[in-house]
Write a protein that binds this ligand. Structure first.
Ligand code: DGI
Ligand code: FE
Ligand code: FE
Ligand code: FE
Length: 187
């Protein structure tokens, strides 16, 4: 499957609006990759696939997660987190992606994790600041992204955490670990 076929296949699995978001993440991820010396090809590929499972039906996601010792514990976590982990499995299983860096960038694009790779950071940050995103403070994070991937990403996680706290939602531990680890590295 070439890149165009991959894009068409991913596009067919989501509404128009989410595909436009994906195009934005592709563009921003490649820009960030160039700026911070990360492979543009890996950034592009991870961005194309990052939300592939976002609009999958719950039962289809559960099917992927059941019996997989790494994904099974996520069944008791909020569904918003599932698509990233399921997306990494789908990228490998259905699209033959074998590059562990690309698969990890897809897997951790929502939550982050401790010791994020440069590619993880690029994709996760691009997901926050692609041109179609509009949330309070996004322009400030776009500015920060010019100077520091880490500072911008912490600000992105801060906005997610505030959003979750305002709504009384649970916080996924990997997000806390990711933020703490980035702050440590900034000192
Ligand atoms: O898939 P996107 O909308 O492009 O963005 P995303 O993959 O970053 O997913 C955002 C959603 O994930 C949003 O509804 C908040 C939710 N989320 C992110 N981190 C956490 C979380 N939800 C919970 N419960 N806990 C988290 O730590
Ligand atoms: Fe996502
Ligand atoms: Fe995100
Ligand atoms: Fe996304």
């Amino acid at each position: 499957m070439d890149r165009n076929q991959l894009m068409e296949s991913v596009r067919a699995q989501m509404p128009e609006k989410r595909w436009n978001h994906t195009l934005g993440v592709m563009q921003t991820a490649v820009e960030l990759a160039r700026r911070y010396g990360v492979s543009e090809e890996q950034a592009d590929l991870a961005a194309i696939l990052h939300d592939v499972a976002k609009y999958w039906r719950t039962d289809k996601m559960e099917e992927v997660m059941r019996g997989n010792p790494e994904l099974e514990p996520l069944l008791s976590q909020d569904k918003e987190l599932w698509h990233a982990f399921v997306g990494a499995v789908v990228a490998e299983r259905d699209y033959g992606i074998t590059d562990p860096l690309v698969l990890d960038a897809i897997r951790y694009h929502t939550s982050g994790r401790e010791k994020m790779t440069m590619l993880d950071k690029v994709v996760c940050l691009a997901d926050y600041i692609e041109p179609g995103r509009d949330f309070p403070g996004v322009d400030k994070i776009r500015e920060m992204a010019q100077d520091s991937l880490e500072r911008a990403l912490v600000a992105g996680f801060d906005s997610t955490l505030s959003f979750l706290i305002e709504r009384g939602k649970r916080i996924f531990p990997l997000t806390v670990l990711a933020r703490n680890d980035l702050i440590m590295a900034l000192k």
